[in-house]
Design a protein around this ligand. Structure first.
Ligand code: SAM
Length: 273
């Protein structure tokens, strides 16, 4: 059962990536059409929800790390829905002055995000295409909340997997980096299958086909070397480009050690110098 307002502007008949992801995270901001597509994808890639959760856990640990480095402003590109345990909650638990701008290109994710953030003066969600940095920088809410003359944390969790090679993910990372002052940080997580066994690779291919069929968006799988190359010229934070579950895991917490999805994504953070 959904508990949020099904406003007409929310496209209830067409599934979208943000609400499918919310469903995998156990959230309530999804419709029957999203759950149907999500269940179809899960039938082809049974550990897809664990992959989503590993990605979100990596994002939370990353935000805590950046807060510990003194970062007080965050830009979450391809944010999905800012539901429970998202960036502003993690940030405000440690620094109530932290500012967060969520960016997504799904109008319905933005609509529900606005409802969720209605009482949060220091967090906003904006509708912009993360492949067009100018759309992000020029948005009035972005300009109100984020000061690019001060260090910022740019978060690209699960975004570049939706960006194809012709759209130049490396160039995009370079553009975001160029807009940030030294002392800023850039974090990326990305789907990969270079450590997966043959069966899991096949599942990843089917998952990508199912995304294409379900929401009209393919997933672009990349290897560790490619992802690492995007950080050239920046200072990679230890432990570098690692499986998401291995990136500064919370002490005593073994993350899905036995699931095939454990090897399906890398995460990394670098300091802009
Ligand atoms: C897998 S979810 C990731 C959510 C969150 N960043 C995390 O790491 O937990 C990907 C999100 O990126 C959004 N997205 C995909 N391509 C985008 C683009 N070009 N611009 C903005 N958002 C995009 C989708 O709508 C979706 O909400």
């Amino acid at each position: 059962m959904t508990t949020f307002t099904e406003r007409p502007a929310a496209d209830v008949d067409v599934a979208n990536i943000a609400r499918i992801y919310d469903y995998y995270l156990g959230g309530l901001y999804n419709f029957a059409v999203d759950r149907e597509k999500a269940d179809r994808i899960k039938s082809l890639m049974p550990s897809v929800d664990l992959l989503a959760r590993a990605n979100r856990d990596w994002l939370r640990r990353t935000v805590r790390f950046l807060l510990a480095q003194g970062i007080e402003q965050f830009v979450d590109l391809g944010s999905g829905l800012p539901t429970t345990g998202n960036v502003h909650e993690v940030a405000h638990a440690r620094n109530p002055r932290a500012r967060v701008v969520y960016v997504d290109y799904e109008p319905s994710a933005v609509l529900h995000g606005e409802e969720i953030l209605a009482d949060e003066p220091l967090a906003a969600v904006i509708e912009a295409d993360g492949r067009q940095p100018e759309q992000v920088w020029s948005h009035p809410r972005f300009r109100e909340l984020i000061d690019l003359s001060r260090p910022v944390g740019i978060l690209m969790g699960g975004l570049l997997v939706f960006v194809n090679d012709q759209e130049d993910p490396a160039g995009l990372v370079a553009d975001y980096r160029a807009a940030c002052v030294p002392g800023s940080y850039l974090s990326i997580s990305h789907l990969s299958d270079d450590l997966a066994d043959a069966d899991t690779r096949t599942q990843v291919g089917r998952m990508s086909d199912a995304y294409q069929a379900g929401v009209g968006q393919r997933l672009y799988v990349r290897d560790r070397e490619t992802i690492a190359s995007w950080f050239e010229g920046m200072e990679l934070v230890e432990p570098g480009v690692t499986l998401m579950a291995d990136w500064r895991p919370d002490p005593g917490r073994a993350v899905d050690a036995q699931t095939p999805s454990r090897v399906l994504g890398y995460g990394a953070t670098a300091r802009i110098v």
